[in-house]
Design a binder for this molecule. Structure first.
Ligand code: PLP
Length: 371
């Protein structure tokens, strides 16, 4: 039997207080039969673009496809190299590898995002693109990254899967690079009831090409202008998305406020806990509230023993995954990422936690350190 957590990591069972409204929308869709690239999807794409401040949003079948497809359409393929962070979720690197390009890793800095200083050194004549990951909901240093990209004529696709709604100096994720890919997986800040992803971009041309590519390359019913795939965003999921997207403001602000509360509560534990770094001008949306701690595994066991569903994101850096063996990396290549995997712990910080639950989680962490 699953453990009954006092402070759960997942919020899905709390999300649908008004589930009948969603089911009514699904029934309406079912009766219309408008399942394939339906009107609800267009509505969702328009709302998504407007909500997140870019002119074009194109739905695809997953967050992984939302990264892979723009890379391909920007010309990345076999023989090319794409630079990304060693401390990301596997899918970032899968997306690069699926284009046929070689992933090239760079270490992260203390804010869990790629260290721009390492990017320059990783560039070779084969480098075609950079895929910065706005990991945890913190944003990579896009000014520095775009400067490097422009100097070396590289494409940039931002992995925004964990950073929907994030900004730097008011400029949203996706407005910095050529495009950004987002995931609407059930545990993302904005989710649907299954799989879906979105590409955001300033470029009308790229948006047009993603629309073609996700639909076999068809321009008209019977005319293909390129060979694409079937990576359509399920219209049924768009029906769910159309309701949930209205809650984004609440979701983001609640997560930020939980994060600030945690920060304050740990401020006297500096020797044992490092709270997330905040760079000036960055709106960090806290998909994950990750801290670095002393005696991580003991703290994790203590929290689990007291009903707090803390997690580790993630225990193995990408350069040390078996899937990366052919790339020739070894332990010691990326000291910050390798330190982090030993020290990081993620505390529940989702929008449906009550103040009491966050308080309880804080009390349990403090008690572990004798406070
Ligand atoms: C950083 C990052 N990139 C990419 C993805 C892939 O998204 P999806 O699971 O929707 O394919 C995820 C989440 O799963 C992620 O966290």
């Amino acid at each position: 039997l699953p453990q009954a957590w006092r402070v759960p990591f997942s919020y899905l069972d709390r999300q649908f207080a008004n589930i009948d409204d969603y089911l009514t929308d699904i029934k309406t869709l079912a009766l219309s039969g408008d399942f394939t690239n339906g009107a609800a999807l267009t509505e969702f794409e328009n709302k998504f673009a407007e909500t997140f401040g870019l002119p074009h949003a194109v739905g695809v079948a997953s967050g992984t496809h939302a990264l892979e497809i723009p890379l391909r359409l920007l010309g990345v393929g076999p023989g090319d190299e794409v630079i990304t962070a060693a401390n990301t979720f596997i899918a970032t690197v899968s997306a690069i590898a699926m284009t046929g390009a070689k992933p090239v890793f760079v270490d992260n800095e203390d804010g869990y995002v790629i260290d721009p200083a390492g990017i320059e050194a990783a560039i070779t004549p084969r480098t075609r693109a950079i895929m910065p990951v706005h990991y945890t909901g913190n944003l990579a240093d896009m000014s520095a990254i775009m400067e490097i990209a422009q100097a070396h004529n590289l494409k940039v696709v931002e992995d925004g899967a964990q950073a929907l709604g994030g900004q730097i100096d008011g400029q949203p994720v996706g407005s910095w690079g050529d495009a950004a890919g987002f995931s609407l997986h059930p545990l993302k800040n904005l989710n649907v009831w299954g799989e879906a992803g979105v590409v955001l971009t300033r470029s009308a041309e790229l948006a047009h090409n993603v629309r073609l590519f996700r639909n076999y390359g068809l321009l008209l019913r019977d005319e293909a202008v390129l060979f694409g795939t079937n990576s359509r965003f399920d219209t049924l999921q768009a029906v769910i998305g159309n309701r949930l997207i209205k809650e984004v403001e609440f979701i983001t602000s609640r997560r930020i406020s939980h994060a600030e509360r945690y920060d304050r509560a740990f401020s006297d534990l500096e020797g044992s806990i490092s709270v997330p770094i905040r760079r000036a001008g960055v709106k960090h949306v806290f998909h994950l509230y990750i801290i670095r701690v002393d005696r991580r595994d003991e703290l994790l066991a203590h929290l689990h023993g007291h009903g707090v569903e803390a997690k580790v994101h993630y225990p193995i850096p990408l350069h040390l995954q078996n899937a990366s063996a052919h790339l020739g990396y070894k332990k010691g290549d990326f000291p910050v990422a390798e330190r982090d995997v030993e020290q990081v712990i993620t505390l529940p910080a989702h929008q449906h936690l009550t103040d009491e639950e966050v308080g309880y989680s804080i009390d349990q962490v403090r008690a572990f350190y004798g406070r």
